[in-house]
Design a protein around this ligand. Sequence first.
Ligand code: TTP
Ligand code: MG
Length: 349
Amino acid sequence: MNEVHPSLLKRKIIHFDMDAFYASIEVRDDPNLLGRPVVVGGLPNSRAVVCTANYEARKYGIHSAMPCSQAFRLCPEAVFIKPNFEKYMAASLQMREIFKKYTPLIEPLSLDEAYLDVTNNEKGLYAVKIAKLIQDEIYEVSGLTGSAGVAPNKLLAKIASDMNKPKGLTVVVPEKAIIFMAELPLRKIHGVGPVTEKKLLSEGLQKCNDVWPYSFDELKIKLGNRAQWLYDSSRGIDERPVETSRIRKSLGQEETFVADLLSVDELKLKLIDLSHQVSESLKERNLKGRTLTLKIKYADFTQITRRKTFIESINDESLLSQQAMELLIGTEAGIRKIRLLGLSVSNFI
Ligand code: TTP
Ligand code: MG
């Protein structure tokens, strides 16, 4: 039996995520909708996309981000409702108030989702007990249900909360983390979007335990600077703390090269790679930004940044890399050796 990784003995994290959030609120507020398929988004004949659908509607294959017209074709009898954000915001605040009773270490990810660090909670309760109390209190106060994942880190807690929806409460103990991850498809890892998934599949990596036979150095050849992240994640290791002040100003990625780079072509390839990673992180968080910043550290450690602001906000991978390459032209790339490239997007809307 494998030894438990020491990082798994440090924290107790809850990931909490409401069930069919917008749709559940609409059903709660209109008893006529009970038991019927409900789609929150636009009207069936509009160009809008589905925000979410309740579980009855999901049986027809309807899901978030699908065009409403397609949802209508799949289930013409579904009730289509435009979103009422004030109501969703109010419910979100109710949840936060309940979280605060148990810990000040709360990291909201969206209106209906948050990480809670309950390692040292004031009442000295077990994490599982807290998760159950939170579920009950949210239901009492708002009439809404949510699912919780209880685990030693954010990675595991997030996967766990999704496992037994709705009203799920899934626990991963440190000793079981590795077994929990083994057969899990890599796409279940937060941060593996469709593009990364495709890349991993092309390397023959589909499940977490497909990654295990490779040494870190072998993964580095396959995946560049995402190797460490995948090496750890596939084993259920994640040392990111719960970040409470989450008013993010910029999001980016940088890479220090093993050997300094002079070739512009090689630098461009690095920019494509960075653009891809930044784009995925932005999309993951539903963010788009208007300013793109390229950071360069030359071999002598002098550092420069070049920046561009657009009228429209962007998060598209090919746009990012195209613009990054234009920024590169305004530097001494190709003349001076470069030890680090960084790319970040800011000025979010
Ligand atoms: P999710 O938690 O992803 O979905 P959900 O709560 O509706 O359903 P689940 O039970 O699977 O958690 O998102 C929370 C809310 O965010 C969702 O109710 C609507 C909104 N949302 C969008 O507007 N667009 C999207 O693409 C997604 C994924 C969510
Ligand atoms: Mg949800």
